[in-house]
Design a protein around this ligand. Structure first.
Ligand code: IDP
Ligand code: MG
Length: 153
């Protein structure tokens, strides 16, 4: 089954939105297989945002991402990578669809409350970047019988 990485960013912690954001993924029917709180180092941020390293906003982005700890979550489900991107909405929160997390909770491009892996390949790398093997869990989620039909599993 596919897995994806989600970060709840410092603006969400400051605004007391952790519970409401987590609930979006839970109520959709996704399975939580890992979760922790951590402070991000410059080294992990350089790796995580390598595609943005030469952008003028990179230093500000790194400062923002270090301003509080973040919540790191790994979610599992059928086609969960694209599903979670849809749940989060586009980068520029002001234009994100209403009903998406960014669309409902944010106004900013940089302070956009969540990170989500953008492809299956990226998700695999990001999960390894943020979690050790013993921090990820396998268990039966009995609710799945109602969330998916047999042909999807
Ligand atoms: P994504 O988070 O929607 O995948 P990316 O392009 O991968 O978007 O950018 C990573 C993060 O960098 C964004 O979520 C946002 O916090 C920040 N960011 C992206 N573009 C800008 C910008 O133009 N100005 C300021 N911050 C930005
Ligand atoms: Mg991205």
């Amino acid at each position: 089954m596919e897995r994806t990485l989600v970060l709840v960013k410092p603006d969400a912690l400051q605004r007391s939105l952790i519970g409401q954001i987590l609930q979006r993924f839970e109520r959709k029917g996704l399975k939580l297989v890992g979760m922790k709180m951590m402070s991000l180092s410059d080294a992990i941020l350089r790796e995580h945002y390598a595609h943005l390293a030469d952008k003028p906003f990179f230093a500000g982005l790194a400062k923002f991402m270090k301003s509080t700890p973040v919540i790191v979550m790994c979610w599992e489900g059928v086609e969960v990578v694209s599903t979670v991107r849809l749940l989060c909405g586009i980068t520029k929160s002001r234009e994100a669809d209403t009903g998406s997390i960014r669309g409902d909770f944010a106004m900013s491009v940089s302070c956009n409350v969540v990170h989500a892996s953008d492809s299956v390949a990226t998700a695999e790398k990001e999960i390894q970047r943020f979690f050790s093997k013993d921090e990820l869990f396998e268990y039966d989620k009995t609710e799945y019988a109602h969330v998916y039909s047999d042909d999807e599993m």
